[in-house]
Design a protein. Structure first.
Length: 302
């Protein structure tokens, strides 16, 4: 689905745009703006109280907090790579005359990958979470086990996205070619599983609040449920944007893509390359630079 065989005529220019876009985004990213000014403010407004400072009490409060915190974390560095999925999705956006089912079907395949990963990790947290790195509350000056877990998780996710972008640009062979021939929606399931995997590395304060609450509940079923809701909240804005685009501009956009089939490949490649490079640089290079192991130019607001 991501690799159609109609590759960009200027493959290396496509690669350059994707790499440069990811590097600039990693340099310019302002975590205070997206985590505090956007994330915390959104959660506080939806919950009606200080989301981070108020303890989660009870199952109902935990369920509500899980979705709201996921929604509030939409634009955090932990989750922004999820929007790379919009690139491949818009290439198959149906026209206004198509049924709603055809519009949401790709989102369903993303959820098919997202739900099992989120549920499995949530169940693990409910069973043994107090012994896991993400449960730690102490802040260190070096690389804590929690930081290493984030680096490994997002580093792997970023590398997968870079490979998908290179394959869409025709620079490397498509690693999903064989499975896609048999299961055409497998690439979307893979993207969903990566979005679910964001929870494994996420250090976002509101997620840590949910993590600690699920861990101390010692209930794998509860942990699975609230983690799935957290991930669903993470993609809710992306899903709404895709549905709106499909109904407002899907037909015109598809005609524009059909005029030159390679345009869809450029869109997919650039989306994955920007997201993959950003994820690797922000969560690995920039983190290592912050503790003095590497050098990366600091932005004025970092």
């Amino acid at each position: 689905m991501f690799v159609t065989g109609d590759f960009p005529r200027r493959r290396w220019a496509t690669l350059f745009v994707g790499l440069l876009g990811g590097l600039l985004l990693a340099y310019a990213w302002n975590p205070t703006l997206v985590d505090d000014d956007i994330g915390f403010s959104t959660a506080n407004a939806l919950l009606g109280h200080d989301a981070h400072g108020t303890p989660i009490t009870g199952t109902v409060a935990g369920v509500l907090f899980s979705f709201v915190s996921g929604l509030a974390g939409t634009f955090t560095a932990c989750n922004i790579a999820a929007f790379s999925a919009i690139g491949p999705l818009v290439g198959r956006a149906p026209s206004q005359s198509s049924r709603l089912l055809q519009t949401v079907k790709p989102l369903g395949w993303i959820c098919a990958g997202l739900v099992p990963v989120s549920a499995a990790y949530g169940a693990l947290v409910g069973a043994a979470g107090t012994h896991m790195p993400q449960f730690a509350t102490a802040a260190g000056t070096g690389l804590s086990p929690r930081s290493i877990q984030s680096m490994v998780t997002f580093g792997l996710v970023g590398l997968v996205m870079i490979v998908l972008g290179l394959a869409a640009a025709g620079i490397v062979r498509d690693p999903l070619a064989a499975v896609s021939r048999r299961f055409p929606n497998a690439p979307l399931v893979l993207v969903g599983s990566m979005i679910g995997g964001f929870l494994v590395g996420r250090p976002y304060p509101l997620f840590r609040d949910l993590f600690r609450h699920a861990a101390t509940s010692h209930d794998p079923l509860y942990g699975a449920g609230v983690f799935v809701l957290q991930s669903v909240g993470n993609i809710a804005v992306m899903a709404v944007l895709f549905v709106l685009f499909s109904y407002l501009a899907g037909g015109r956009f598809q005609r524009w893509l059909a005029a030159k089939p390679a345009r869809a490949a450029v869109l997919t490649a650039v989306a994955f390359l920007i997201a993959g490079v950003f994820t690797c640089v922000y969560w690995d290079v920039r983190l290592l630079a912050r503790v003095g192991y590497l050098w990366f130019p600091p932005s004025p607001w970092s």
